[in-house]
Write a protein that binds this ligand. Structure first.
Ligand SMILES: Cc1cc2nc3c(=O)[nH]c(=O)nc-3n(C[C@H](O)[C@H](O)[C@H](O)COP(=O)(O)O)c2cc1C
Length: 160
């Protein structure tokens, strides 16, 4: 059984979780690459605004074909209580995902808002079955318990 771990990360936290999942569970890491990176100022003014509006940012990957995988893990940072515009674009670019299982996670300061609900709905609209959702707040990031839960869930999904 094969899996891919797809994620966007602006400042490295979501990437760190994605890499730990890869080390613990195996699979291919795919980083969603925005064509233009926000700077320290524009990320809040523009990035946060675009996230709030549910917009998509142009990403390097025209298509993200997951037909060759049995399941997908998808991670995003929370921006303004929503998935990032690059994550929205990644979901739109997903191909070959119908009928696949997915586990989704979001990293945030402490207020995830609607992030995982929005991702779940967008994935389900593409025929993906979301079988697990995980939020990482600042506290979860430091104590490791939530990461363990995510890893156990990803590994268990392989035998379901
Ligand atoms: C533009 C912007 C908006 C954010 N909005 C939220 C928010 O609504 N709630 C929250 O808890 N954290 C928020 N954060 C904090 C990030 O979600 C958190 O630092 C996340 O782990 C960053 O992930 P990354 O390092 O992979 O980019 C925001 C950060 C940025 C840059």
């Amino acid at each position: 059984m094969s899996r891919c771990i797809l994620y966007h990360s602006h400042s490295g936290t979501t990437r760190r979780i994605a890499k730990k999942v890869k080390v613990a569970c195996g699979g291919d890491l795919i980083e969603v690459m925005p064509q233009k990176k926000y700077n320290a100022l524009t990320v809040y003014v523009l990035g946060g605004y675009r996230a709030m509006k549910g917009r998509q940012d142009p990403i390097e990957q025209k298509k993200i074909d997951v037909a060759g995988y049995d399941m997908v893990v998808l991670g995003t940072p929370v921006w303004a209580g929503k998935p990032t515009p690059a994550t929205n674009a990644a979901i739109a670019a997903l191909q070959g995902c119908e009928g696949k299982k997915a586990i989704i996670f979001a990293t945030c300061g402490g207020k995830p808002g609607e992030t995982l609900d929005i991702m779940k709905k967008a994935l389900e609209a593409k025929g993906v079955k979301v079988i697990g959702v995980y939020i990482f707040t600042k506290n979860d990031l430091s104590d490791g318990k939530r990461l363990n839960e995510l890893i156990v869930r990803v590994n268990a999904s392989m035998t379901e």
